[in-house]
Design a protein around this ligand. Structure first.
Ligand code: SAM
Length: 273
């Protein structure tokens, strides 16, 4: 996946960045519209590839230094992040609303390496209806999981609850600042949020917010023109029993990083689709 300039009202290439020339102009008609399962299935079904196939840059930046364990890729799309994690030794549960995307992701994994494919469990799940089960993941990553504002607190709480003690919650989305930037007119405001908003539901007694930042990132708009987009990046660590770290959270605009229905359980402990 790679960078999304991911616009919310249309398919983006990879992280959500639309593939050049896809020309999707079908934006949502109202809050949350165009982002249900049928709409996502249709986006995937009508295109060969929606995203770039490269891992998302904020995931690479934040997970590279983590010891591999069990990871949940929430809203995995075509699976580039899951593959990257598996290649680094993680056992991955990759969940998405759209079976079309999961089929594509699983086929790519099988094609690339049976060893990698074996490390990934693909799960068809609506994380709004059924949160992940148990606190079994050392990493929960949600990269541009577009959830309507009214549903976001519950969905994010479900993702947080899936993080094992000592594990990491990584939530990345498009920052509202993008409304004034290159992709502005194509963005659906209710899908945008700040890292601070994403962190609001985390109890400080249970969580250490390591990063709550707005990160600029170079991207291209739909015409190929260079633009700067802004990611909301939340990294929080679930406190484990024992001495807690007192490292301060960073909160600033920082330089760009380089460029169902089934319950979602830790890989290896539940049945995949
Ligand atoms: C913008 S795409 C991002 C895909 C991938 N994370 C990436 O960065 O390339 C959002 C993905 O989230 C999925 N999604 C949206 N709402 C969801 C939900 N409630 N539960 C599970 N997946 C969802 C969509 O099907 C889509 O694949």
């Amino acid at each position: 996946m790679d960078e999304p300039v991911h616009d919310i009202d249309q398919p983006l290439q990879d992280t959500g960045t639309p593939l050049p020339g896809t020309g999707d102009t079908g934006g949502p008609a109202g809050p949350g519209a165009g982002f249900d399962r049928a709409a996502w299935e249709e986006r995937y079904r009508t295109r060969g590839a929606l995203w770039s196939g490269r891992p998302n840059p904020q995931l690479v930046a934040e997970a590279t230094g983590l010891a591999p364990g069990r990871a949940l890729d929430a809203g995995c799309g075509e699976g580039a992040d899951a593959l990257w994690l598996a290649d680094r030794g993680w056992r991955v549960t990759a969940a998405d609303l759209a079976s079309t995307a999961l089929d594509r992701a699983a086929a790519r994994a099988a094609d690339e390496s049976p060893q990698l494919a074996e490390r990934i469990t693909w799960v068809r799940a609506d994380l709004g209806e059924r949160p992940p089960a148990g606190a079994g993941f050392e990493l929960v990553s949600a990269q541009y999981l577009h959830v309507p504002a009214a549903e976001r607190p519950a969905v994010f709480a479900g993702l947080a609850a899936a993080v094992a003690p000592g594990g990491t919650l990584l939530i990345v989305g498009h920052h509202p600042r993008d409304l004034a930037g290159g992709g502005g007119p194509r963005l659906l405001p209710e899908m945008l949020f700040t890292a601070e908003e994403a962190a609001a539901g985390l109890d400080p007694a249970d969580w250490r917010v390591r990063t709550a930042q707005t990160r600029p990132r170079p991207a291209e708009d739909r015409t190929g023109r260079p633009v700067t987009v802004y990611d909301a990046v939340l990294v929080a660590v679930r406190r484990a029993p024992g001495p807690a770290s007192s490292a301060p959270a960073s909160s600033a605009l920082v330089p760009p990083v380089p460029a169902s229905a089934a319950p979602v359980s830790p890989a290896g402990t539940d049945g995949a689709r």
